[in-house]
Design a protein around this ligand. Structure first.
Ligand code: A3P
Length: 314
């Protein structure tokens, strides 16, 4: 396991049932006590489940397809409340003192407190770490959770770690950590099942990456209905086009190229990062990288963990 080292994020560890960075406890309580507003829209997911894709879809639907407004950066329109738990800027600064974290990244909670409604909020935290008002359902805030099959997540997360965290180590090293729950936001099953079990709550909607790939208009209609919006047939084509992998890759408002470049810059002395955030955008890209043995182990693991839950991956 130690072979899978990470330049930017040494110091991962267990905090009870969740595997996080050493600074997690500074944020866990403030996030639990965060003041939720009834019209907030939250997008939650395990890392690499298609969060960015879902955020752009949700934002456009909720904002009546305001393509002009969507030209501003997604990270501003849709702040990541637990960003500081993932991107340890103090650690960046240790390597590169000249690096200045943007305000919304270095203190997303303050930033969100000062934002006008309607707010859009991203999180990778499991349900039991969400604001208590959401957990108790004393708010009408809506939560849209996107699920993706763990084989593609594992491969995507491995690449992500190599690109934006200057991780070294092979897919095999990462695979072992992933299965053991020892990746940030792990264990995978605890995280996604914490939402899946609440799928019948009126303010919770679960969508799947695989369904978005197969039939995006259907998912768009489902999300629109959940947000009390309507997407007309003549608006659908443009939206689907805007949300395509090719468009999103080109779209510098959603593709976090700048962030990735900052990280690459920060780590260039120690590590030559390669790859990009918008990597493959496919279902089943794990097949090109996992060995038969890894696939077999993971298939059995999926079977065991989904048995009796009603959750399936197509
Ligand atoms: P891959 O690494 O498999 O390509 P997140 O936003 O949760 O970090 O998820 C990132 C994953 O979603 C990446 O997966 C990325 O390529 C994929 N993705 C981003 N935008 C997409 C889109 N418009 N269509 C399909 N996949 C997309």
């Amino acid at each position: 396991e130690e072979k899978y080292t990470n330049v930017l994020r040494p110091g991962y560890k267990w905090y009870g049932d969740i595997f996080m960075l050493t600074n997690f406890l500074d944020y866990a309580e403030p996030i639990k006590n965060f003041e939720v507003r009834d019209d907030d829209v939250w997008v939650s997911s395990f890392a690499k489940a298609g969060t960015t894709w879902t955020q752009e879809m949700v934002w456009l639907i909720a904002n009546d397809l305001d393509y002009e407004g969507a030209k501003s950066l997604l990270i501003n329109r849709f702040p990541f409340i637990d960003a500081t738990c993932v991107l340890d800027f103090n650690n960046y600064i240790r390597y590169h003192p000249e690096f200045k974290a943007p305000g919304f990244m270095s203190n997303p909670i303050n930033h969100l407190n000062n934002l006008k409604s309607r707010r859009f909020i991203k999180t990778h935290l499991p349900w039991n770490y969400l604001p208590l008002q959401i957990q108790a359902q004393t708010t009408n805030a809506k939560v849209i959770h996107v699920i993706r099959n763990p084989k593609d997540i594992c491969v995507s997360y491995h690449h992500h770690s190599r690109v934006v965290e200057a991780a070294r180590g092979t897919l095999e090293d990462f695979f072992k950590l992933f299965m053991a729950g020892k990746v940030v936001y792990g264990p995978y099953w605890d995280n996604i099942m914490s939402y899946w079990q609440r799928r019948h709550l009126p303010n919770v909607l679960i969508i799947k990456y695989e369904d978005m790939k197969k039939d995006l208009p259907s998912v768009i209609r489902k999300v629109a209905a959940f947000l009390n919006k309507e997407i007309k047939d003549d608006q659908m084509e443009k939206l689907v086009q805007h949300l395509s992998f090719e468009q999103m890759k080109k779209n510098m408002s959603v593709n976090p190229v700048t962030m990735v470049n900052v990280v690459k810059q920060c780590t260039k002395d120690v590590y030559e990062a390669d790859g990009s955030f918008m990597r493959s955008g496919q279902v089943g890209s794990y097949k090109a990288e996992m060995t038969e043995e890894m696939i077999d182990i993971m298939d059995k693991w999926i079977q065991k963990n989904t048995a009796g839950t009603g959750l399936t991956f197509n």
